[in-house]
Unconditional design. Structure first.
Length: 421
């Protein structure tokens, strides 16, 4: 049972954990992609602006001469130098012009409060030394500090990844913290769900153990009597020993027969094999069979059977159900008591009621009486060779026919009610 419990726990825990990891991964991945896409877009825009600027400087002087041309070019350069700072408010941007030898000629623009010109030059030379051809690199935002766009012999644009890096790393740390906290919640939820899922299994397992213990106990007594009687026969032949053997053998036979019936019923039934029967007639025949026993015990019988109620069922099991309910009512009826049987249709349902005046069901035992080997009065039932299997068999019959059975005691009467859909 502990192995089953552990397996169920780990299955639930792993499913919830994988789901949580997937959600956090998707959220972090989308944020990372957005940051990376933004940097890539910024580099593209800077590159486009720089190319346009170069074309502008090549085209304008042909039409404008002297100081006027130089003034306009200077004004254009001043505008381009300020552009990155206006566009990229959350990132430090550095643009480096390269000469025909691919050496740093001039730092055209850079964001204020960033690196010094010497630091920018050193970084630019390091990048130029690594790259042979034109290349754009979007760095790993978790580790790399810079992204850049390199145009050989023309320019190098560098974007500082610091701000984006701080955002994605901060989100990753927050996700890890959330993961740890939610994992604790998942452990708690997994424990609770495991307990809820295996509760029916535990109950069945406990009932099975109790069933084995009760069945062993019930069989132990007749076996002991048979063995003792057999030993006595070897020493002293008397008919009472033979009678004991026969009595206890019959008792064991009834117990085994009931256990086999119960086992067969609890395995379920194929309702497609049921035939359409006249339930009214079946119930009436069952009542008349036991009417003589009620008369001997001076028990008044009243019954109201609605005629011609058709029900798809196993006719023999319906007779067995009625015999169990009537036998139970007779056993627990008081002297000069009364038994009432009612069968009627209510809309689409069929209701069967067996009511007796006499000994009631103890409070809190209304459900327990349908369990195997349950006996409210242990000593009395043992004296009468009753094993507590009858009502368990009755419940299985009702369940196999898609119905429900219940019992309660009130005002000196005990009522068993069966409803078939």
């Amino acid at each position: 049972m502990n192995k089953l419990k552990n397996k169920v726990f780990w299955v639930i825990f792993l499913i919830l954990t994988v789901f949580l990891i997937s959600i956090l991964f998707i959220f972090n991945h989308q944020t990372y992609r957005q940051e990376k896409s933004q940097i890539e877009s910024n580099l593209t825009r800077l590159e486009d602006n720089r190319i346009k600027d170069e074309h502008s400087k090549l085209g304008r002087p042909d039409k404008i001469e002297g100081n006027e041309a130089n003034s306009q070019i200077s004004e254009k350069n001043e505008i381009n130098m300020q552009a990155p700072q206006r566009i990229f408010m959350d990132a430090q941007v550095y643009t480096i012009l390269l000469d025909s030898n691919n050496q740093v000629k001039e730092i055209v623009s850079h964001t204020e409060d960033g690196m010094s010109d010497s630091e920018i030059t050193t970084l630019a030379n390091e990048i130029i030394g690594q790259q042979k051809e034109n290349y754009t690199k979007i760095g790993n935002l978790y580790f790399d500090n810079y992204s850049y766009s390199y145009q050989k012999y023309r320019f190098l644009t560098i974007i500082d990844n610091t701000v984006a890096k701080e955002r994605v790393v901060s989100l990753l740390k927050s996700s890890l913290l959330i993961f740890v906290c939610l994992e604790l919640v998942i452990i708690y939820v997994s424990i609770k769900l495991t307990s809820w899922i295996i509760k029916p299994v535990l109950e069945t397992f406990e009932k099975q153990k109790q069933f084995i213990a009760d069945a062993s106990h019930e069989l132990k007594t007749p076996i002991a009597v048979i063995m003792a009687s057999s030993e006595a026969l070897e020493k002293d032949y008397e008919t009472k020993w033979i009678h004991n053997i026969q009595s206890e053998t019959e008792r064991m036979s009834r117990l085994v027969s009931n256990l086999l019936d119960l086992a067969k019923l609890e395995n379920g039934a194929n309702q497609e094999q049921y035939a359409l029967n006249n339930l009214s007639k079946t119930i009436e025949i069952s009542i008349l069979t036991l009417e003589g026993l009620m008369y001997e015990k001076n028990i008044t019988l009243n019954y109201q059977i609605e005629e011609n109620i058709q029900f798809r069922c196993d006719n023999d099991q319906m007779k067995q159900l009625m015999a169990i309910l009537l036998d139970n009512a007779i056993k627990h009826s008081s002297k000069d008591g009364e038994i009432v049987v009612l069968l009627k249709k209510e809309k689409s349902d069929i209701m069967l009621v067996v009511k007796n005046k006499g000994e009631g069901i103890p409070k809190g035992s209304e459900e327990k009486i349908f369990e195997r080997f349950y006996r409210a009065d242990e000593s009395r039932n043992r004296d009468e060779n009753r094993y507590g299997l009858g009502l368990a068999i009755a419940k299985s019959i009702v369940t196999n026919h898609g119905g429900k059975i219940s019992a309660h005691s009130e005002n000196g009467y005990t009522t068993f009610q069966v409803i078939f859909k």
